[in-house]
Design a protein around this ligand. Structure first.
Ligand code: KG4
Ligand code: ZN
Length: 333
C-alpha cells in the first residue's frame, strides 16, 4: 500500500510517500524565513507559499521515493485544524489527484497525525495509550483506547504550549519559532535559577494554563531591567522551560496512573523539546511506563505522520468523499 501524504495546515508545506511501514520520502518546504520578520505566521503569505511549493514538492517526494503517480494507492491530506487558506491548498490538490488517478482520498485530522507519528517509529505499539499533544496551536492530554479513538482528558484553558515558547522567545529577542531557540539556549542554563509559577500543577484536573506563566516571566524581566540587574538569558530560558515541562510531565504521568495505562506518547512540535523528552523518558522509566518520543523531525509538522494516519484509516475501510471541505476548527474525536 503506497500512500502520498500532504500537509499544509500552517507554515510548512510537507509531502511524504509511505510504503507500508516504510517512509520512502518525507520532504518539507519550510516557510520559517518568510514569516520570521513578522514574528509569527502570516496566513495569507502561508497560503501563497504553499501554492508555489506544493506541486514541486510532490514531484520531488515521488522522485525520491522512486515511484510515479500511477503507483499510488491513496492520497492522505490534512483537512484540519489549521489556517483555512493554507488547508485549502493541500485539500484541493489532494482532491484533484485522487479524482484524476481514481484512487482513495483520506482526510486526516492534523492532531491525529501528530499522535500517529509514534507508529512510524513503533508500528507494533499497543494501545491503550496516553498522548500528550503539545503544539503551536494545541495542548491536550488524550486517552487513546485504540488507534483512531480519542478521549480528551484535559487541555489548555488559554494559550497553547508552543505559543508560550514563541511569545517568551520573541519577548527576549530570540528568533521565530521560539521553541527551538529556547531549547538550545536552555541547555547552558540552570533550570532552578529562577522560580516561575507552575500553573494548575496541583489541581485535580488534567488541564493546563500558560498565560499566567507568560505574564509572570515578562513582569519578572521588567522588574530586573528597572532595577538595573543583569539577567542571564540561558538561566531564564532554562527556568521558563522547566516550569512548562514540570507541569506537562506531572499531568501526563498522572493521567497514565489514573487510567492504569503504561504507554505514553508525546506528540506535536513541543514534543521535539529536549528537556521534555528526557524528563518524560526518565520519569516514565522510573514508573515502568513505556514513553514513546518520536524523533524530533516526526514531532514537528510533517507529512509522513499524515500518511501513516491515512493508511491506517484506509486499512480500516474508510474513504473520504471528494466533496470534503477543509475544516479550520476540526476537533479530535
Ligand atoms: O506541531 P507544530 O510543528 O505546528 C503546529 O501544529 O502548531 O508545532 C510548532 C510549535 C511552535 O510553537 C514551536 O516553537 C514549537 O512547536 N517547538 C518547540 C520545539 N520545536 C518546536 N518548542 C519547544 N522546544 C522545541 N525544541
Ligand atoms: Zn502540528
Amino acid at each position: 500500500m503506497i500512500v502520498l501524504g500532504i500537509e499544509t495546515s500552517c507554515d510548512e508545506t510537507a509531502v511524504a510517500v509511505l510504503d507500508g511501514d516504510e517512509i520512502r520520502s518525507n520532504l518539507l518546504s519550510s516557510q520559517t524565513d518568510l514569516h520570521a520578520r513578522f514574528g509569527g505566521v502570516v496566513p495569507e503569505l502561508a497560503s501563497r507559499a504553499h501554492l508555489v511549493s506544493l506541486n514541486i514538492l510532490m514531484a520531488q517526494a515521488l522522485d525520491e521515493a522512486g515511484v510515479s503517480y500511477g503507483d499510488l494507492d491513496a492520497i492522505a491530506v490534512t483537512i484540519g485544524p489549521g489556517l483555512i487558506g493554507a488547508l485549502l491548498v493541500g485539500v484541493s490538490a489532494a482532491k484533484a489527484l485522487a479524482a484524476s488517478l481514481d484512487i482513495a482520498l483520506i482526510g486526516v485530522n492534523h492532531l491525529e497525525g501528530h499522535v500517529e507519528a509514534a507508529f512510524l517509529e513503533r508500528p507494533d505499539l499497543a494501545t491503550p495509550l496516553i498522548a500528550l499533544i503539545v503544539s503551536g496551536g494545541h495542548t491536550m492530554i488524550a486517552r487513546v483506547p485504540r488507534r483512531g479513538r480519542y478521549e480528551i482528558l484535559g487541555q489548555t484553558i488559554d494559550d497553547a504550549a508552543g505559543e508560550a515558547f514563541d511569545k517568551i522567545a520573541r519577548y527576549i529577542g530570540l528568533g521565530f519559532p521560539g521553541g527551538p531557540e529556547i531549547d538550545r539556549l536552555a541547555r547552558s542554563g540552570d533550570p532552578k535559577a529562577y522560580a516561575f509559577p507552575r500553573a494548575k500543577m496541583n489541581d485535580d484536573d488534567l488541564d493546563f494554563s500558560y498565560s499566567g506563566l507568560k505574564t509572570a516571566v515578562i513582569r519578572w524581566i521588567r522588574e530586573r531591567q528597572d532595577a538595573g540587574e543583569d539577567i542571564d538569558a540561558a538561566d531564564l530560558a532554562a527556568s521558563f522551560q522547566e516550569a512548562v515541562v514540570d507541569v506537562q510531565v506531572a499531568k501526563t504521568l498522572r493521567a497514565a496512573e489514573q487510567h492504569g495505562i503504561n504507554t505514553i506518547v508525546i506528540a506535536g512540535g513541543v514534543a521535539a523539546n529536549s528537556r521534555l523528552r528526557a524528563r518524560m523518558r526518565d520519569e516514565g522509566e522510573e514508573r515502568g511506563i513505556d514513553v514513546v518520543t518520536p524523533t524530533a523531525l516526526l514531532c514537528t509538522d510533517n507529512a509522513a505522520m499524515i500518511a501513516v494516519a491515512g493508511a491506517r484509516r484506509l486499512a480500516n475501510g474508510e474513504r473520504t468523499p471528494l466533496d470534503v471541505s477543509a475544516s479550520p476548527n476540526l476537533a479530535l474525536a
